[in-house]
Each structure stands twice: as C-alpha cells, then as structure tokens.
Ligand binder design. Structure first.
Ligand code: UT7
Length: 322
C-alpha cells in the first residue's frame, strides 16, 4: 500500500445562520460591501454552549459512514483547530472517547486556517509509514467565539463549522504530495492576543479581538498561494491542464479568483463555499471538499489541489486523486 486515500468525507454546520442583512443591524456595514469585498453572503454561528468537539463528532459520523468504517477501525485522530474545547486535554481525545474509538494516537494541532492541511499531511505520513491503517482527520472551528461583534473589519468575515475525512492506505493513487510552510515574521498581521501562557486575563474583553491587517494579509496570501500552487504541481510533475479541481481555503472570493486565474482554471472548476460559510478557518477546506463530493462534482480518480493560508503565517497544499 503506497498511498493514503480519502475514503469518506463529512461536514457539520451549526443551525443558526447569520446573513449580511443581520450584520447591517449591528455594525456600520452593508450587504453590498461584504459581498463585493469578500463574497460572503451568510455564515453559520455556533450556539453559545456548542463546542468544536461536538461539531467534529457530527462531521466524523458522516465521514465514517461514507467510508464504511466503524469506531473500532480507527487508529488515529487528528484535529486542526485554533478553538479547541479546552486548553487540555487536546480535543481529539474528547472526540475519540465520545465516538467510542478505542485508545489510539490522538492529537490536535493549531496552524490557524491551514490547520486541516497540516493535519491531513501529518496523517498521510503516518499512513505511508505503516503506522496508521485508518485515520480520522478533521478541521473545525468555533471562530465566531473569538469575534468582537462591534468590529466591522473582522466580524463580517468569519463563520463556524467542522469538516472530516477518513484516510486509509491504498494501492491506487490518493494523496500525491503535501507541501507545508510557515513564516513567523508576519505574526502581527493576523493574530488573537490571548493564550494560555500570555494575556489570559484579557479573554472575553474588548482587548481580545481578532487582530488583522486585512489588506496586507490579502497581498501575502495571493502571492504565497500562487507560489505554492506552482511549486506543488512542479514537484509532482503535473501540469495545470491535468488538474480537475481546486478546493481552496475560503477566506475571500477575490483570493480564490486570483488562484483560479493563476492555475488557468475556470471558476466552474473551483469549489466555492465562501458565500454560504464565510471564513471558517481550519474547517473551510474539508467542508468545501465535502460539498463537492456530496453534490457530485468531485469524482473518484479526479486530480484535486487543496490549499490554505492563515495566521502565522502558515500555508500548505495537498495534491490528491480522490
Ligand atoms: O483566512 C486567513 C487569511 N485571511 C485572509 O486571507 C483575509 C485577507 N484580507 C481580506 O480578505 C480583505 O483585506 C478584507 C475583506 C478583510 C478587507 O477588504 P479590503 O478590500 O482589503 O478593504 P480594506 O481593509 O482596505 O478597507 C477598505 C475600506 C476602509 O475604509 P476607508 O479607510 O477606505 O474609508 C474600511 O474601513 O472598507 C472599510 N471597511 C468596511 N466598510 C463596510 C472595512 N470593513 C468594512 C465593513 N463594511 N465590514
């Protein structure tokens, strides 16, 4: 078995939907500004008592069902998230226990919006090394719990949700290559100023808002994603023409359009969910993947490029055959 391959996908979105019209009532913004600058039309917002583990469990059940696996089959759980239930234990252990998965390797990692790509790449290595036979990999976020609903610069952008995949060894080509990167010099352009060992007392106060210099982030995101898309294809010896689909991080429709242009892909070959989900950080790529799989656009054997970019900055791409 020389590849790891996605055996099933799933997603969960919280019930409550907040539209741009709803936001117009709480901050000085307009549906027109939000749609034209970001592409977002609505987003799902988790309930005050809802956690990342609860959302992951729902997404995981659907992915496990699609993959035809039970809790007993899973031997590894990895979750990419910046908004885990607790500082510890790590959220994957909560998910493992609640799903009835026998004791196994379970950890979470935080790479902001790139969390799922980092998690998937990690699981791919474990499977290729023969150390996992069935990995549950998730990207999930209750990011709106970090949002200051009085700050129009950020509150219109984000949404909550969870996406999951089951990854298994395969003789047929699955994940072709993964490329991860990060550069901490950009920390101040996008961060949340509270952590377990720094400024914890500010949690829940106005000082604890998502800090983002949006237009600077935008520029570096477009440059970096364009570069890694080219590098990914080059290293895999794949031409742009061979690519069937782009499944990008859903931060801004203008970034997604720039990526499609760079890859010579018509927008019909790009899975776009930003209008319905907003920026769900680590959840955005696995949820977009699931949307494409379930509506029948993404088919077995097709070549798909997934990519993400987020705070850190972190970035990454996964080229795979579904
Ligand atoms: O997922 C992780 C990575 N994150 C990203 O990739 C996000 C990247 N950045 C972006 O998507 C865009 O920069 C934003 C959507 C955040 C902002 O769009 P922009 O075109 O870069 O706008 P801007 O920040 O340059 O602001 C333009 C104007 C400003 O007004 P002035 O100074 O020109 O008078 C803002 O105050 O738009 C104003 N503005 C708003 N107006 C109405 C900012 N937010 C809003 C708003 N409603 N919600």
């Amino acid at each position: 078995m020389s590849y790891s391959r996605v055996a099933g996908t799933g997603r969960y979105l919280p019930e409550r939907i907040m539209t741009n019209a709803d936001l117009e009532k709480i901050v000085d913004t307009s549906d027109e500004w939000i749609r034209t600058r970001t592409g977002v039309e609505r987003r799902h917002i988790c309930a005050p008592d809802q956690t990342v583990s609860q959302m992951c469990i729902e997404a995981a059940k659907i992915a496990m069902d699609a993959a035809g696996v039970t809790a007993d089959d899973i031997d590894m759980v990895i979750t990419g998230t910046t908004t885990p239930d607790l500082i510890f234990p790590n959220v994957s252990t909560i998910i493992q226990h609640e799903l009835g998965i026998p004791a196994c390797t379970a950890f979470s990692l935080e790479a902001a919006c790139t969390g799922f790509i980092y998690a998937l790449s990690t699981a791919d290595k474990f499977i290729k090394a023969g150390e996992s036979k069935c990995a549950l990999v998730m990207g999930a976020e209750c990011i709106t719990k970090l949002v200051d609903w009085k700050d129009r610069n950020t509150c219109v952008l984000f949404g909550d949700g969870a996406g999951a995949v089951v990854l298994k060894p395969s003789d047929e080509q699955g994940i072709v290559s993964c490329h991860l990167g990060a550069d901490g010099q950009y920390k101040d352009l996008l961060y949340y100023p509270v952590g377990a060992s720094n400024n914890l007392a500010a949690a829940g106060t106005p000082a604890a808002n998502i800090m983002m210099t949006g237009n600077e982030v935008f520029k570096v995101a477009v440059q970096t994603l364009g570069r890694i898309a080219s590098e990914t294809l080059e290293k895999a010896g794949v031409s742009k023409e061979e690519l069937d689909w782009l499944v990008p991080h859903q931060a801004n429709i203008r970034i997604i359009q720039a990526m499609a242009k760079r890859l010579n892909l018509p927008m019909e070959k790009v899975i776009v969910t930003v209008q319905d989900h907003g920026n769900t950080s680590a959840a955005s790529v696995p949820m977009a993947l699931d949307v494409g799989v379930r509506d029948g656009r993404l088919k077995r054997g097709q070549l798909i490029l997934m990519e993400a970019f987020g705070g850190g900055f972190t970035w990454g791409s996964v080229l795979m055959r579904l």
